[in-house]
Design a binder for this molecule. Sequence first.
Ligand code: NDP
Length: 795
Amino acid sequence: MSIKEIYNTMEYGPAPESNKESVAFLDQHKRKFQLFINGKWTKPSSGEYFESISPSTTEKLAQVAEANDKDVDDAVKAAKKALKPWVELGGHGRARYLYAIARQIQKHSRNFAVLESMDNGKPIRETRDIDIPLVARHFYHHAGWAQLMDTEMKDYKEIGVIGQIIPWNFPMLMLAWKIAPALAMGNTVVLKPAEFTSLTALLFADICKQVGLPDGVVNIITGHGNTGAALVNHPDVSKIAFTGSTEVGKIIRRATAGTGKKISLELGGKSPFIVFEDADLDSVVEGIVDAIWFNQGQVCCAGSRLLVQESVAEKLYKKIRARMETLRVGNSLDKSIDIGAIVAPVQLKTIQELVQQGKDEGNTCWQPSWECPKEGCYYPPTLFTGVSPSSIIAQEEIFGPVLVAMTFRSHGEAVKLANNTRYGLASSIWTENINLALDIAPQIKAGTVWINCSNVFDAASGFGGYRESGYGREGGKEGLYEYVKHRAESEFKNEAPKLKTHEPNNKKENKSLPSIDRTPKLFIGGKQARPDGGNSIPIKDTYGNYISEVPKSSRKDIRNAVEAAHACTTWAGMTGHAKAQVLYYIAENLSVRAEEFAARIVQMTNVSASEAEKEVQTSIERVYTYAAWADKYDGQVHHTTQRNVTLAMPEKVGIIGIVCPDESHLLGFISTVIPAIAMGNCIVVVPSETGPLSATDFYQILETSDVPGGCINIVTGSKDELTKEMAKHDDIDGLWYFGTAQGSKDVELLSAENLKRTWVNYGKYRNWFDRIQGEGSEFLRHATEIKNIWVPYGA
Ligand code: NDP
């Protein structure tokens, strides 16, 4: 082509990035990769290997070892052995290694970027300018947290050996998100990359060797889903950190239920991209390119649902179609392409099938006029308009370059449509009106909200989901808590505290007249309520003497309570200051009736009057603690690298089910209920099964303390039965359980379906009188989700 012709057509010529270094790396390993266990390349016990194929060219890149149970066991053993010295090395020592890794990644950044593009099919422009710089940034940032652990995380310690399972869409970035915080906090890891994209993780293993990382601190085992499953089920793994599909996330939740293994899950999404009529539509179009055509749309937080205000919809669609026409799809190593290859034929097929279903449902589909390359695994950018919210393409995660658009008229409708999904990972809001943006942001149920931007990430900011997008955060200080446990956990006991009791002297009672029957009821929606089933259960003291009866609640009562909790919108809308006033009022009213509450404790537990009085006074003090926190449990403004104010806001979880401990009837109730409501949640609480009367007495305090109806709903009865009902209930967002090991397992197992956040005690007992064990930030963290709101600035 002559220069004149080039000027006339302005056609792009090929601009291939050199893959020389990456090819050399593959050749150096003879294109056959072993497992990285205990700092050494180790042949797989099965002797089996699978192929890694470039989706851009269909070239076979290398063979990768298939790890079986024995290899997983060897890797976990190595990580376990490495744990103690790694912890003893201290924060500063670990910071040096993490810093060295960050430096080494930067020094070899092009090789990482090219290899990633070859293996995954994503454009070199993205791996070079986004993925790998973020990887290095993550290790730098966490070198800092390792250095600061002693002071900033002094109440916490490492968890142990961490099993980490990552997907194929951001292979190196996901590795960094997992390994950097885990090592910083003193853990050792066994990581399984996705079968399609293992190569950069193996290059990372080389980096670990180069920086002299102690053997066993990082182990990389390649393989398929069964390798991941073996890691999940290994008894010496103390935590599983997983990113991938919601389906496998649920499998992992069920597999680990009751084992005490911590889990964090970063799962799918169907994130809304909301455009208000005053938005700058040209910026919006570029935002959409970043939202859905970045990484071929294979992004968990892709802005895959475009919600646009009706008045500007047609204008915007026209601009989007014009932009789509100019996007270039092609070989991942071509520096001037926008969209690379889909990771594998199986993923391409899923996309094709979902698009066909979208067409079959009658939605309008538009694709550019040009054709994708014939060789390789490509799919063109696709736009669906006029999509109904219930359409399969509006609900299912397509995980491809497919945007589905629908319109709204009012702000309220925009919020409703945005939240009309079982996911809650991210969202993007476009408007020139900052007041509107900051009004909408808290109403969207998603862990990240980008205002006038999309798919922006940084190590200083937490990332993670609500609802079926999983739980836990990665990045920022909030992400560190996924890799530590509270030091107080070692103080928890296997048995309930022994109480000193005295048999009551019933003869003293005046038997001339029967006492007036006081019938405890349920407390639902701010009103006393009889149980739906019309049954009661007797309550006895420690010596088996009959005291009273309480309602025996059923599934229907739980449903009523959840409905009442949902209907209570006033509580969450109150300021921290206003909530604090109500909590102080509760404390005041409890104080006025302290004697009566103490007498009730004596009656139920047969402890001495002074013991009971101590429990009441501690309860009052505890209410004070959370009244104090109500307007002080602040968020943060993160130091992200872009020109952004990144607001990390603690938000209520929503509706929390609470199953109280059986010991410390009043204090256990107060210590769990009050922090949950202090953070704006409405709750359904099942009080101690053996001693529910402190809780049923308590509703009289609630009635006189300005607590809005539906904020606290008290449901008495069989703890096991009611717990199971709450675990299965789809409209409960979180469940706290303090009871037996079996009950804890039930909670984790049954809550897998809607992935509600759970907090259980695995049958261990806290000392509720001890302030370290019985109150504080651990409770507040479980009562909140962190939402990161990114607000870019600059004129
Ligand atoms: P998976 O969830 O199946 O895979 C994620 C990781 O988990 C991989 O390393 C996988 O291994 C491993 N794995 C698979 N089964 C098990 C198991 N039973 N126990 C433990 N580990 C397991 O996702 P896919 O790669 O199959 O993608 C399927 C869909 O998931 C996509 O279409 C997309 O919708 C979604 N997805 C979401 C991601 C996100 O970031 N939220 C990322 C990737 C996918 P292996 O690779 O060998 O199967």
